[in-house]
Design a protein around this ligand. Structure first.
Ligand code: CA
Length: 234
């Protein structure tokens, strides 16, 4: 089914910019992130299922590990522990094949460019090796100024700061923008920034998990969003 899964509210009139999340939206990288987080955390004695990874997607590594140490051991984490576990996770992640561009992602980007909006990326990722893929795998779409990454702000998703920074970078107000997200906490961050939010459910969660955070529309894939965009944007 290619139509939206919820009653379709209209996109903002005077839409000027579309802010895209990266992992799980533009790149099909979440299965590898989920498997490597779950494996390493379990080995470290922290309770974390693959579903937990998807539910916490969008948090910084530090925030993710804090959630887990609180839940498993009833205490805060510390910088040494974060560095150690995150280094293990990054090493484990290298064992997986490099993530492909999400099917339909370039179709969505092309559709948005055709209807005249600016495109930006707002990601929690701060790893240069992952950010570099934007320029190698999606050549010509995003110059550096159009990428807001984990190194650019203080408070990660679900805080609204990353998306507020996206608005600032684009020079638009919240009612002139749309966010495309795949994660519940990413939707929460975007809605907290006051932005119309389209969720694409590319992972293992239910649409209800995304709608519960306030997603205005939910699509089952980027292909479905690409197909619907010209109608949505009319
Ligand atoms: Ca994501």
């Amino acid at each position: 089914m290619s139509s939206a899964q919820s009653v379709s509210p209209a996109l903002p009139t005077g839409l000027k910019a579309v802010l895209f999340d990266m992992d799980g939206v533009l790149f099909d990288s979440m299965p590898a992130h989920a498997a490597s987080w779950a494996k390493i955390c379990t080995e470290c004695g922290l309770q974390m299922s693959v579903r937990d990874v998807y539910l916490n997607e969008g948090r910084t590594a530090e925030s993710t590990i804090e959630v887990l140490t609180q839940r498993t051991w009833g205490r805060s984490t510390n910088p040494e522990e974060v560095d150690r576990i995150y280094a293990l996770k990054c090493e484990e992640f290298k064992n997986y094949p490099e993530a492909d561009v999400m099917p339909g992602a370039t179709d969505v980007l092309d559709a948005v460019l055709r209807t005249g909006q600016q495109i930006y990326i707002v990601t929690g990722s701060a790893q240069d090796s992952l950010l570099d893929r934007i320029y190698t795998h999606l050549p010509g779409y995003f110059e550096r100024q159009r990428v807001i990454c984990g190194k650019d702000y203080q408070h990660g998703k679900p805080d609204p700061e990353p998306y507020l920074m996206g608005l600032q970078r684009a020079g638009v107000s919240a009612d002139q923008a749309v966010v495309v997200e795949n994660a519940p906490l990413g939707v929460r961050a975007a809605k907290a920034a006051g932005i119309f939010t389209i969720a694409v459910n590319t992972g293992i969660l239910d649409d209800a998990d995304l709608l519960a955070e306030g997603a205005d529309l939910v699509f089952p894939s980027m292909e479905a969003l690409a197909e619907a965009w010209p109608t949505l944007c009319r």
